[in-house]
Write a protein that binds this ligand. Structure first.
Ligand SMILES: Nc1ncnc2c1ncn2[C@@H]1O[C@H](COP(=O)(O)OP(=O)(O)OP(=O)(O)O)[C@@H](O)[C@H]1O
Ligand SMILES: [Mg+2]
Length: 342
């Protein structure tokens, strides 16, 4: 095992609303090692973004971390900092945000101010993070980083406003801004969803190349398991705020255990080349206030065992080395439960 950078333990982030409580993240465990890429996948609304935002406590109001730890190890010789415990308004978390851990958002327009040029915004970031740097050098560095992320004519584009760039160029500019502080961890939340496939492939290749150059860790969030397979070494599959499966990406891609993961994989075009229709996952994600006594996926699961999956929560089983699954199909827990015939 490599050196730990981030260790999330039993993280819970809830929204207490008048209509009920949304358990957006409901007890997840995840580790990211130095230099490693980890993926989080799952359908819309399963809690991927809120989980990632919790790391920096930038989830929208009234989201609150109600339990768990987010241990950050910037230096392996020192004890970790528990990010979940830091006051979001205090300096320590502010310094870590955008200085050591940066975030690429799904929609780049939200990251940039529309009234300043992208160059000025990236320069600003350089100046904030390097107190000794002068304006002239910051501008030169900005042009260099714009060039590095593949923006043609960076000497000119540096003076462009966000609306003057195409979606792909804006996404590159946002990656440039995220990299301007040379982060230890880059969180990329659906970094390519709004882009066409060619640009998507370019951006993913760019992230990989930059990771090799800078050695940062990446946490990539997407609904597309094929993207994770391309980028990450480990994957965590989420459903309704919980993990359903976790482990090495190749192992899970080849031997998915959880019926939800299997269904996600079956809905990928690349894997079903000969199929006339892509499979879709039966049913839809229930509304977020729902609380089930059994497994959250049971109502949509084709392999659900009546009397068990709808009655109890599955605990975790290790089906192969480091390959964890939260499902009764693989656990001894079902013995003695419900009315199964043996
Ligand atoms: N500001 C908010 N107020 C109340 N609930 C919220 C808020 N933001 C998110 N949620 C809820 O938290 C849950 C998780 O949302 P999240 O955005 O993390 O999903 P996601 O997996 O990132 O989905 P997508 O793939 O669509 O981006 C959802 O049920 C959502 O409705
Ligand atoms: Mg999201």
């Amino acid at each position: 095992m490599g050196d730990l950078l981030l260790q999330i333990k039993n993280l819970k982030t809830y929204f207490y609303l008048d209509e009920g409580t949304v358990r957006a993240v409901d007890g997840i465990d995840l580790t990211v090692e130095k230099g490693e890429t980890v993926g989080i996948v799952g359908e819309s609304g399963c809690g991927k973004t809120v989980a990632a935002q919790s790391i920096l406590q930038i989830m929208p109001e009234p989201g609150k971390i109600v339990a768990g730890e987010i241990n950050y190890y910037p230096d392996n010789h020192k004890p970790p900092v528990n990010l979940a415990r830091l006051n979001p308004k205090k300096d320590i978390l502010r310094r870590i945000r955008g200085n050591e851990i940066s975030f690429i958002f799904q929609e780049p327009m939200t990251a940039f101010s529309p009234v300043h040029t992208i160059g000025n915004q990236i320069m600003e970031s350089f100046l904030i993070h390097n107190k000794e740097m002068g304006k002239r050098q910051a501008r030169a560095e900005t042009i260099t980083i714009l060039k590095r992320v593949g923006i043609p004519d960076p000497g000119q584009r540096v003076d462009a406003y966000p609306f003057q760039l195409s979606g792909g160029m804006r996404q590159r500019a946002m990656i440039a801004m995220a990299l301007s502080c040379n982060p230890k961890l880059l969180i990329a939340d659906e970094p390519t969803t709004s882009l066409d496939v060619t640009v998507q492939a370019q951006i993913l290749a760019l992230l990989k190349a930059l990771q090799e150059k800078y050695g940062m860790s990446i946490l990539i969030i997407t609904h597309d398991l094929a993207i994770v397979a391309e980028m990450a070494s480990k994957v965590a599959v989420m459903y309704m705020g919980k993990l359903v499966e976790k482990g090495n990406i190749m192992e899970i891609y080849d031997n998915p255990a959880h019926p939800y993961t299997k269904a996600l994989l079956d809905s990928l075009p690349a894997r079903e080349k000969d199929a006339e229709y892509l499979k879709v996952i039966k049913g839809s994600v229930p509304d977020p206030y729902t609380r089930l006594v059994g497994c959250e996926f049971a109502p949509r699961c084709e392999e659900a065992i009546e009397g068990i999956c709808d009655k109890e929560k599955p605990s975790v089983t290790e089906v192969a080395d480091g390959h964890l699954v939260w499902c009764f199909l693989y656990s001894d827990q079902k013995e003695g439960l419900g009315n199964v015939e043996k």
